[in-house]
Design a protein around this ligand. Structure first.
Ligand SMILES: Nc1nc2c(ncn2[C@@H]2O[C@H](COP(=O)(O)OP(=O)(O)O)[C@@H](O)[C@H]2O)c(=O)[nH]1
Ligand SMILES: [Mg+2]
Length: 338
């Protein structure tokens, strides 16, 4: 009897703790331990999403996030999206410039006083219930960027081509930056406001997500992922991402890697020179010793390629160590500043 009573009291206590913390997590200001007083702004970039934006805002507001913590950044919608936003009493800001990148840049200027910015697409593909979960992961575990990784896909949410392209881009990114991330291009993430403010915003088109992740990982900030659901678009005709954007994102990732972390490229160059130089050297040596034929030019090319190749590999190791110590110094500096 006592055991049952104790169990029921314990269960009630756990439920009450859970519901209180869940309510608190949704208020735009965190109260739970490790997150006390942490404020976040939900930013929704939109361009002609009249069929979806109403559902998105209703869902965000329904989990208790106050209107003052939500802002829609509009890229010049002409289909009635703006009117729907006004009807929900949510703030709408016209972005400066063009494209989703400039929309996020605009959002960075609106976030003074907020610790985190939560970005979520306005096409009703990302469930709002993950907002407080992502923020809590960031502040409780000290992450600077938490990505909502699309794992549970509603049937038809992503085409085979999109899924393949997404996989390729994530693999390229992980190879170039030495990370193990699964969805760097997700349209739902939480990022520390100061990081968004220090971003160069150099990428164009849809490259903003990969630029944020590149900046975060190469500056020694901490990144993590939380698995989330991904829904089918309500209005498939309003989708703006096309194959050409995928190619541009690929080029942006390569450019970012060259800028932030050139080790991989130096390594690649060195390996390429060795792959050509070494067999050529063996070929020349074989003929010199066994057939008596002397290849002077080929021999010279082989020597130059082999030497330059080895030097590049050494340079790559050196630059890796320099990068590592740069990251260590940056982390120490940040710890010191806190
Ligand atoms: N403010 C703004 N939002 C945009 C622009 N282009 C796309 N969006 C919004 O960005 C979000 C993602 O676009 P979407 O076409 O769904 O791309 P995907 O989810 O990456 O396939 C949606 O909410 C769009 O309405 C733009 O130029 N400006
Ligand atoms: Mg989308």
């Amino acid at each position: 009897m006592y055991v049952v009573t104790a169990f029921l009291i314990g269960l009630r206590f756990l439920l009450s703790v859970y519901s209180v913390s869940f309510r608190e997590r949704c208020l735009g200001v965190m109260e739970s331990s490790g997150c006390r007083g942490v404020k976040y702004l939900v930013v929704i970039p939109v361009l002609n999403e009249v069929k979806a934006i109403g559902f998105v805002l209703d869902e965000v507001l329904s989990i208790g996030i106050p209107r003052d913590n939500v802002v829609v950044v509009d890229g010049g919608s002409t289909d009635g999206t703006r009117e729907v936003v006004f009807s929900r009493g949510v703030k709408l800001v016209d972005q400066f410039g063009k494209g989703k990148n400039d929309a996020i840049k605009t959002a960075a200027t609106l976030a003074n006083g907020f610790d985190f910015i939560v970005v979520m697409d306005g096409d009703y593909t990302y469930p709002a219930k993950y907002i407080p979960i992502l923020v809590e992961k960031a502040c409780r575990e000290g992450y600077d960027l938490v990505i909502g990784a699309r794992r549970k896909l509603e049937p038809g949410a992503q085409s085979v081509l999109y899924r393949f392209g997404n996989k390729v881009l994530n693999t390229v990114f992980n190879t170039l930056f030495g990370t193990k991330l699964s969805d760097i291009l997700s349209g739902m993430y939480v990022v520390r406001t100061n990081i968004l403010k220090e971003l160069g915003f150099e990428s164009r088109g849809f490259g903003i997500e990969s630029e944020i992740v590149s900046h975060v990982v190469s500056q020694g900030y901490r990144v993590s992922e939380v698995p989330i659901e991904y829904r089918k678009r309500l209005d498939t005709s309003a989708k703006k991402l096309r194959i050409i954007h995928g190619i541009r994102i690929f080029l942006e990732i390569v450019r970012m890697a060259w800028r932030y972390n050139p080790t991989f490229f130096i390594f690649l160059l060195g390996s390429l020179m060795l792959v050509i130089g070494l067999p050529l050297g063996f070929y020349v040596a074989y003929h010199y010793f066994f057939t008596g034929i002397k290849y002077y030019v080929k021999g010279l090319v082989a020597i130059v390629l082999t030497l330059a190749g080895f030097q590049s590999l050494l340079l790559a190791i050196l630059s890796l160590y320099m990068k590592r110590s740069e990251l260590r110094i940056l982390r120490e500096l940040r710890r010191y500043r806190k």
